[in-house]
Design a protein around this ligand. Structure first.
Ligand SMILES: Cc1cc2nc3c(=O)[nH]c(=O)nc-3n(C[C@H](O)[C@H](O)[C@H](O)COP(=O)(O)OP(=O)(O)OC[C@H]3O[C@@H](n4cnc5c(N)ncnc54)[C@H](O)[C@@H]3O)c2cc1C
Length: 493
């Protein structure tokens, strides 16, 4: 059985890839050392464990549309890949300390489908984190850690898209025109959900589902709730699993709610829960906070995908002959491969700028994808787990403080995060597609053959231009935040 031959042993080291981090080393040596260690460990794991099974896994999906990549998920779990971003103070391994974006790039460079599979889970976690409901966040973190060695590892997803509302739920100004159909209803002791969500990443693998749904469709932005729904909840069912062209290891699922009751303890956020009107702004803060982080992460994934295409093309160029000479010795091939390399470097520069925009405008720490060192200290863990600290950590007082910070973020700071994260996503995914296009054309027959890997990267890459808001929508979002807000009278949406 053919496996991926990445043939790229240390062509590029950490130092070759991440110049801006090298510049930062002087100011925060610990952060950079942790980032390097986590990246090296991740790279080793990906090459040794994921690369050998990636193509075979893709073929299983082609052969059986109902196939679920449990084996791949178990591999990730067994190697601690579901909990490495959970700090030690919350019971995780904390191995993913440092900046996380380089690891997202690495995952996609080896297998964009694997990174897509974990992406749905990551999206769910970011959405939950942005509710700042630490009781629910801690419960979920604990389940991830406890179930990592089990037959069915614990993962979550995040559902906002509805059958007639995709782009419209990715942009706050489009909500009043959106054709929403899902609605929650408050009942004693909880809420009842009705409706259908579609194209939800990781849906058929998730044990709990993070559901975003309004209490009033006509005033959706001000009435959204965030609900944690277990797969075995009464009134919940899984619908179809989409037969999609790429990233097949991560199922895209339909979720169905028919009078599905969610108890109060599983309502992570409700825009109606506080009496102060300002907290009606929770959902806008959550949506923009989530998209700022996840679009940057998609930028990193896309950079990895662009690099995956380059590395496979490079490997084949050393074997494929054209007019009796291997491609790698031909000038036109060298120029083309260099173009692909430039695309990778451009995409990486933009996602790093986006990461820095988050760090400087929102603050460092976990919220920007960097786990601060103290979160892995044994001493801090003991203090953190004490009853007194837990009481404060899970208190409404602290939750409101964190919500205030997001809701009151100055518009110019928010705008920088929004347009940079959209740019990371658009530039990265466009570069990924361009590199795939170049690689397939360059390699001709070999580029089209499944066993050579480039064909799979091509199919995996296309999806990056669509999720987290289509690239068209993200371009408009960039225009809104970079230009329109400075130009009176210019409206975008
Ligand atoms: C693989 C995959 C995984 C996904 N995972 C998730 C997930 O985990 N959770 C989740 O909630 N959703 C998920 N989605 C849904 C995704 O976010 C939507 O597909 C995306 O937002 C686009 O919505 P749509 O497909 O309904 O397209 P539509 O909204 O129908 O758009 C169709 C076309 O019209 C354009 N368009 C629409 N409105 C405008 C406008 N106002 N201005 C300019 N152009 C416009 C779009 O750019 C697009 O080209 C996933 C999608 C895919 C493909």
């Amino acid at each position: 059985m053919a496996t991926l031959d990445l043939d790229r042993d240390d062509l590029f080291s950490f130092e070759d890839n991440f110049f801006s981090l090298m510049a930062l080393q002087k100011y925060d040596p610990k952060l950079i050392t942790q980032t390097r260690q986590a990246w090296q460990e991740e790279r080793k794991f990906l090459r040794e464990v994921i690369a050998p099974v990636a193509l075979a896994e893709d073929r299983k999906h082609a052969a059986d549309p109902h196939y679920i990549s449990w084996d791949l998920l178990r591999l990730a779990a067994r190697h601690g890949r579901l909990s490495n971003f959970i700090p030690k103070i919350m019971g995780g391994s904390g191995k993913g300390a440092g900046l996380s974006m380089p690891n997202s790039e690495e995952m996609a460079a080896v297998d964009a489908a694997y990174s897509g599979m974990l992406g749905g889970h990551g999206l769910g976690l970011v959405a939950l984190l942005m509710t700042f409901n630490m009781k629910v966040v801690q419960r979920v973190a604990q389940k991830i850690v406890e179930n990592e060695s089990k037959e069915k590892p614990y993962v979550i997803d995040c559902a906002i898209t509805e059958p007639a509302a995709g782009t419209d739920v990715e942009e706050i100004e489009l909500y009043p025109k959106a054709r929403l159909s899902c609605q929650a209803r408050k009942v004693p002791g909880g809420a009842v959900l009705n409706g259908r969500k579609v194209f939800i990443s990781t849906g058929h693998m998730a044990a709990d589902h993070v559901i975003l749904m309004p209490f009033d469709i006509k005033d959706a932005v001000n009435t959204y709730g965030c609900f944690l729904v277990p797969t075995d909840a009464k009134g919940f069912s899984l619908g179809r699993k989409e037969r999609k062209m790429g990233q097949r290891a991560g199922p895209a699922s339909e979720l169905i709610f028919e009078d599905c009751f969610v108890p109060d303890e599983n309502i992570a956020m409700s825009a109606l829960e506080f009496s102060e009107p300002k907290y009606r702004g929770q959902f806008k803060a959550l949506l923009e906070g989530v998209l700022g982080l996840t679009r940057t992460a998609v930028g990193a994934m896309s950079t990895g995908t662009a690099r995956g295409a380059l590395e496979r093309a490079l490997a084949l160029a050393r074997r494929v002959k054209h007019k009796g000479r291997t491609l790698i010795h031909q000038q036109w091939a060298q120029a083309l491969l260099t173009n692909m390399f430039m695309n990778v470097m451009m995409a990486r520069s933009v996602y790093f700028e986006a990461q820095f925009a988050i760090m400087t405008n929102l603050g460092g720490g976990g919220m920007s994808g960097a786990m601060p060192g103290f979160m892995n200290s044994d001493l801090v863990r003991k203090i953190f787990q004490s009853r007194g600290v837990q009481k404060i950590f899970t208190s409404t007082w602290l939750r409101k403080k964190m919500l205030d910070r997001m809701i009151d973020l100055p518009p110019e700071q928010n705008a920088r995060i929004q347009f940079m994260s959209s740019m990371a996503k658009v530039v990265g995914s466009d570069m990924a597609m361009e590199n795939c296009q170049l690689a397939v054309e360059f390699l001709s027959q070999a580029g089209l053959r499944h066993d050579q890997g480039v064909e799979k990267v091509f199919r995996d890459a296309k999806l990056l231009q669509i999720f987290e808001g289509t690239n068209q929508l993200n371009r408009l979002n960039m225009f809104k935040h970079a230009f329109a807000r400075r130009l009176p009278g210019v409206e975008v949406f």
